[in-house]
Design a protein around this ligand. Sequence first.
Ligand code: FAD
Length: 297
Amino acid sequence: MEIVQNKDLKKFSWWKVGGFAEYFCQPKDKEELKTALSWTKKNQKDWTVLGAGTNVLISDQGISGLVISTKKMTDFSFEKKRNSLFIVCQAGVLKSEVMKIFKKHKLAPALFLSGLPGDVAGGVVMNAGVGDHLTPHEFSEIVHSFKTMDFEGSTTYSKEDIKWSYRKSSGWKKSVIYEVLLKWSLDQELDLNDKIKQEIKKRRHSQPLSEASCGSVFKNPFPLFAGSLIEQAGLKGYQQGAVKVSQKHANFIINLGGATAQDIHKLITLVQKKVYDLFKVRLETEVHYLGFWKKRS
Ligand SMILES: Cc1cc2nc3c(=O)[nH]c(=O)nc-3n(C[C@H](O)[C@H](O)[C@H](O)COP(=O)(O)OP(=O)(O)OC[C@H]3O[C@@H](n4cnc5c(N)ncnc54)[C@H](O)[C@@H]3O)c2cc1C
């Protein structure tokens, strides 16, 4: 596995912004990941993990230390055991791949995974999911366990070890997830084809999927919805240079082409301020900021 210097990270972020990684590598398995982490220890460098890059805002100043991309960790296998389907995935297996396996077995998780971007490890970190009109509707319900690695070695966390909350999992220490084991009962086979088509249609109708975004920028401040507060603040479709609050979904911010991470951050801040001034609601970002950022409020 090569460790390269000064890698442009724009094409590793769905927002197509961001600077350079000081060092960059793409391990394809656990052994190569171990090599990468040992390298950071030996060279006294920080490390940062990038999954599919669908939920990150990478600073224009880039990321210092080693950026570990899991894009090449794409092996998976599945088996039926004790009346359940088990899928073992390396971190970088896309949710769309996993969705196909559930679909093939006519199992309900195929529904919420339809059209959900990113990889399985990103799904665990973010407890990715959709509204509770579906069962299951988020990762916490389909994860059996996952394995992580840091300088001290590997740790296995079972689903019960983790505190799962809205778009967040906690209770595991900062480390790289390298394997995820998914599980779902084989009890109920469903005819899913039409429902999957409906979910995808709904997404296409409500989200600007062909444009550069990170999905929902802000968490919903339950029981309210970030998108609707932004719309009520008159910001739907609001454009500032090359960034725009989507006309289709006000919780999406679009890079129209050529925007910088700072441009996006400025619009995020403006939206937060306006929504706070009008409704006294603080919108918390769902997107993860990576790299050099001045302390944010
Ligand atoms: C068009 C669009 C629609 C979306 N719709 C939804 C939706 O309906 N529901 C939803 O929940 N999300 C949605 N998202 C957001 C996003 O797809 C999910 O949060 C996804 O799970 C992120 O996965 P990723 O692989 O892209 O992670 P990344 O964006 O690469 O990383 C996210 C965070 O996880 C960390 N991370 C990634 N991999 C690892 C690892 N192996 N070990 C440790 N840490 C890691 C990163 O450092 C970062 O902090 C959408 C995004 C887009 C662009």
